[in-house]
Design a protein around this ligand. Sequence first.
Ligand SMILES: [Fe+2]
Length: 201
Amino acid sequence: MEKLTWQQAYSTGIRVIDDDHKMLFSIVNNLVSEVNGESTGDSRQIESLLEALVEYVDSHFAREELFLEQFGYPKLDEHRDRHDALRHQIDAISNDYQAAPDSIDLEKVCDFLINWLSQHILKSDMDYVPYLNGEKEGKEPGLRDTSQQVTVSVPMGTGRLIHELAHELRHAQDVDSAIRHFNDEHFSGSYRKRSFLKSPS
Ligand SMILES: [Fe+2]
C-alpha cells in the first residue's frame, strides 16, 4: 500500500502547522509499514502507533483550533466539527484495536486515514491560510501576537515515540511529485459510518 508523501501542495506555509502535519504523515506511514509487512507486525507496536496518533491528533487539533480562534477564522465551528469527527473515529479505532486486534482491518484504517488527512489539509486547512497570513480579515482582529503562546504536552510513552518519529522526519526529503486531487463529493463522504472490521473470508 502506498504511503503518504509530503508535497508542496500540502504546505500551509505556517511552520508549526506544517510540522504537525508531517508528524501525522509519519505516524500514518509507520502504520502503512505494518500493513505492508515492512515492520514487525507486532500488535503492541501497532497499538502504540494508534495511541500516538490519538495523542498527536488531539494536540495538533487543539493547537490549530487555538490559532483559528485567535485569528477570528469565520468557519471555526465547521472546522472544529470535522476535527471532532476524526477525534472520535480515531479513538474508536484505537479502543477497538486494543480490545480485539485481530478483528480490525488495518489496511482499511490506513486507507481512511490517508484520505482523510490529505483531503482535510488540501481543502479545509488551506481555506484558513489567508486568515492566518493576514490576507483576509477574521472576526476578531488584533489578537495575532498571542499565537506564539501555544504549548502542548503528551504522556511519557507516547512522547518518546513521537520524539523518535520526529527524528526520522528530519531526514525525510520533500518530494514534489504528482499532486492528488479530490472532489468535494469524495471529501464529504460519510466516514463516521465506516467499518474497519475485517470482511468475513
Ligand atoms: Fe484542520
